[in-house]
Design a binder for this molecule. Sequence first.
Ligand SMILES: *[C@@H]1O[C@H](CO)[C@@H](O)[C@H](O)[C@H]1NC(C)=O
Ligand SMILES: *[C@@H]1O[C@H](CO)[C@@H](O)[C@H](O)[C@H]1NC(C)=O
Ligand SMILES: *[C@@H]1O[C@H](CO)[C@@H](O)[C@H](O)[C@H]1NC(C)=O
Ligand SMILES: *[C@@H]1O[C@H](CO)[C@@H](O)[C@H](O)[C@H]1NC(C)=O
Length: 454
Amino acid sequence: MARPHVMVVPYPAQGHVIPLMELSLLLIKQGIKITFVNTKDNHERIMSALPSGNDLSSQISLVWISDGLESSEERKKPGKSSETVLNVMPQKVEELIECINGSESKKITCVLADQSIGWLLDIAEKKGIRRAAFCPASAAQLVLGLSIPKLIDRGIIDKDGTPTKKQVIQLSPTMPSVSTEKLVWACVGNKIAQKHIFQLMVKNINSMQKTEWLLCNSTHELEPAAFSLAPQIIPIGPLLSSNHLRHSAGNFWPQDLTCLKWLDQHSPCSVIYVAFGSFTTFSPTQFQELCLGLELTNRPFIWVVQPDFTEGSKNAYPEGFVQRVADRGIMVAWSPQQKILSHPSVACFISHCGWNSTLESVSNGIPVLCWPYFADQFLNRSYVCDVWKVGLGLEPDGSGMITRGEIRSKIKQLLDDEQLKERVKDFKEKVQIGTGQGGLSKNNLDSFIRWLKT
Ligand SMILES: *[C@@H]1O[C@H](CO)[C@@H](O)[C@H](O)[C@H]1NC(C)=O
Ligand SMILES: *[C@@H]1O[C@H](CO)[C@@H](O)[C@H](O)[C@H]1NC(C)=O
Ligand SMILES: *[C@@H]1O[C@H](CO)[C@@H](O)[C@H](O)[C@H]1NC(C)=O
Ligand SMILES: *[C@@H]1O[C@H](CO)[C@@H](O)[C@H](O)[C@H]1NC(C)=O
């Protein structure tokens, strides 16, 4: 039989490209050929962030398709990118499959779709190609998506996804609860975007029935309730990047490695790590409160802060702040997060609680301070604070601001809570068992790879 050739298509956003790239690199090590499809924009960013001498493109066939948008301004318009994913990308990908298929030796033997672009599975089915899907988010998130018809039936949301009233729902007693106004599609703050995202999700539910494998980068130990509600979801994670990857493949920005050397100079469990994912921005006032909060803790910190982190202006640090914290704080533009979180000097993580970050933190036994921000993060936060109880949530004051006092007192509360720290260490151990030889996640992954090869 010809060498298995898998076409991988991520949703065009960094949080999706990186995981699928990692999974691809893992498959390549097993002798599987990969064609990785990006939009042109993302393709260029990846290529320019690759360290020189990186041989990624000799291992993976990196190809791009047009997203039909003219400029990055247009791409930022609400609802634009989800509209493109739904209406432009499918045809481009289909053409690509036909083009590759033109040569017998390169034929695609399987597609691996990002769970949020289920239409790839429809195309593959039509063409008689085998199918797998991968969800880079939590199983809970996936289950919530799959439950949309049930939510409509019960009158919790209407046919367009709009909540009929504000209420807190919970799919099972041991799953995170989520307020209806915080449902992924309902809290994007824009009607058009909501409509597209919801449409995409509804379409995905049908497409997901066509996949032969619905893989999830999670583990049974962390989300037992989600896996029992939707037994078709197969946990293969967490596939921690340090386990099998050299760093930075698929990252959009070069990483700053100086922070690892800096961490080496600090005592165990002393450093606060602060990072908010790639698309978070803060108002100038909130930015300053965070600075002053970190200063008030009197602890060493590493803060990943991108140059355009403050809305509409350059990051304006409070007067004298940079000088005052110079001997104990560093600000970097991007970080090798997984390496930082596994460093013994790190005490806790202030995070927007993206799934990726949350899992990396918990898998390394690091407690989390959750900063509420965007879309589906609310579910992540609920896992951290209410279900696993391995972190605390920062609460905004009456005007929606997370104050410096709140930051200081929650850090103290977190680091003084011995039981909480014990629980997160416990999770670290469970995760290691699941991904180790003979563990459930490891066995699932092995079976998937065997299937690809048959
Ligand atoms: C996800 O994980 C990768 C690998 O550890 C990391 O580089 C990336 O920054 C993480 N976060 C997002 C939002 O992609
Ligand atoms: C590939 O091409 C062959 C011959 O043209 C066709 O029969 C087959 O369905 C195509 N497969 C895909 C995946 O397009
Ligand atoms: C958590 O946040 C990430 C964004 O970083 C998202 O992709 C994921 O779906 C979220 N997971 C949950 C359980 O909300
Ligand atoms: C799986 O999850 C871990 C923890 O969030 C993350 O570091 C890794 O990049 C993810 N890998 C894939 C392939 O999604």
